[in-house]
Ligand binder design. Structure first.
Ligand SMILES: Cc1cc2nc3c(=O)[nH]c(=O)nc-3n(C[C@H](O)[C@H](O)[C@H](O)COP(=O)(O)OP(=O)(O)OC[C@H]3O[C@@H](n4cnc5c(N)ncnc54)[C@H](O)[C@@H]3O)c2cc1C
Length: 405
């Protein structure tokens, strides 16, 4: 029997991959699950902080999506969504194909908005990025050039950013590499962040996360500058809005995010930033056949900060959203109970590696405005080993198409 309904998933990373695999497990054969993504391989993005230092190769942190999906009966199309017609319920691809859908899942992640700060980014600017595989490879090439002529380093997250953990991990790993090579004195590391205080993580801090981060930075001689907004990056220096100028020979800055163009450009689909509004079921309030998951969805910060910051949408949160979407679409199409998950009730789990130690935390109620919310935070050498073990577990299971329902 050929399927008579179709769920179309745009994007196949943490949110889309898990949504698609869970949908396939929940839906009977009358429903086809189709996934579009221009990238043929899944990348375990959390490992990209190691790639520039030669600690991982691309083939070690990626796997082929086509064979994973084929094993599970999901149709994978290695093309990008290029247009969405909400009235006709059709998606056009950059390969000239068109797919109609009964339910659409938008899991397209972020667009990296380097253009918001002059001189930012690896294409038209002077800073590196580890936000995708291509950028991490180039950050590694720049690292090799830097090692031949080392000097000051600046790492951080720009104003409007939300992915704070990545810059902490990168700063700590980079400093660890410098120390191993005896270069710590010639290459001092400065950390700049839009967060109101170190260890805030876009979540208001978790328990004593601020003092833990401070201790780690002090031990390694990293200067941390909170409430930092970057005015401009030039070839060998970064100017902050405060007027301070930071010279550098190597810099990695996580940029602000917006939604991707194909979502941003559809009238009535996204907010002005290009993120998808969602209700408690991760469904679009005006288009109930459209769901969203992961970084693609809109989550407003609960409080304003001196320098604008966003709420992080971690890989684990993206997966939870993808799984919630799968439950609700299966209920829409084949009956059963829906699942409500208000964003403010979500938890964020994060493992930050520091090279030979790390921080692991779990923050409850991610939109709470309480300073230093309740939660769990631990740090030390075990933080490093927890992340290594999780990487192995995650890639091993998802490569085989296994998720935990
Ligand atoms: C360096 C780094 C380290 C991190 N470490 C951690 C960590 O330790 N723990 C943690 O929980 N989180 C971590 N994160 C955050 C985590 O990577 C993100 O939360 C996660 O990747 C979000 O998943 P996503 O599926 O929403 O989006 P993404 O991972 O960004 O994926 C979006 C997908 O959509 C595809 N896509 C884009 N446009 C289209 C289109 N037009 N049509 C079809 N497909 C499209 C893309 O190719 C991509 O595959 C880290 C992030 C970075 C950058």
């Amino acid at each position: 029997m050929s399927p008579n309904q179709r769920v179309l998933v745009l994007g196949s990373s943490f949110a889309g991959l898990n949504a698609a695999l869970d949908l396939r497990r929940r839906l009977r054969d009358e429903v086809e699950v189709v996934v579009l993504d221009p990238r043929p391989r899944f990348t375990f993005i959390p490992s990209l902080v190691w790639l520039p230092f030669g600690l991982r190769r691309p083939d070690q942190v990626t796997f082929d999506l086509g064979s994973t999906y084929a094993r599970k009966g999901v149709r994978f199309v290695n093309e990008a969504a290029a247009g969405i017609d909400l009235d006709e319920r059709i998606v056009h691809t950059d390969g000239g194909r068109r797919f109609d859908y009964d339910r659409l899942v938008v899991a397209t992640g972020p667009r990296l908005a380097f253009e918001k700060i002059p001189g930012l980014g690896p294409d038209d600017g002077h800073t590196q990025s580890v936000c995708n595989l291509d950028h991490a490879v180039r950050a590694g090439e720049a690292w090799q050039r830097f090692l031949a002529d080392p000097g000051p380093v600046v790492v951080g997250t720009a104003q409007g950013g939300s992915c704070f953990g990545a810059s902490y991990e990168f700063a700590l790993n980079l400093q660890h590499q410098l120390a191993r090579r005896g270069l710590a004195d010639v290459a001092p590391v400065t950390f700049v962040t839009a967060e109101p205080f170190l260890g805030h993580f876009g979540l208001g801090g978790i328990a004593d996360s601020e003092s833990r981060v401070r201790r780690m930075f002090d031990r390694r001689g990293i200067e941390g500058i909170a409430n930092a907004a970057i005015r401009e990056v030039r070839a060998d220096e970064m100017e902050l809005e405060s007027g301070r100028v930071l010279p550098f020979r190597y810099s990695m800055i996580v940029p602000p995010f917006t939604g991707v163009d194909v979502v941003r450009s559809v009238e009535g689909l996204a907010n002005p930033m290009g993120f998808l509004p969602i209700d408690h079921r991760f469904r679009h309030p005006d288009h109930p056949e459209v769901y969203g998951a992961g970084v693609a969805v809109a989550i407003s910060p609960p409080a304003t900060t001196q320098v604008p910051t966003g709420v992080p949408k971690t890989g684990q949160m993206s997966e939870t959203m993808g799984k919630t979407v799968a439950v609700n679409i299966a209920s829409d199409l084949q009956g059963g109970r829906h699942r409500d998950l208000p964003v403010e009730k979500m938890s964020a789990v994060c493992m930050l590696d520091g090279g030979d130690d790390g921080i692991v935390f779990r923050a409850t109620d991610v939109l709470s405005t309480r300073r230093r919310r309740r939660g769990f935070v631990t740090s030390g050498p075990h933080g490093h080993w927890v992340k290594l073990a999780f990487e192995r577990f995650y890639l091993g299971t998802r490569r085989r198409g296994v998720t935990l329902l």
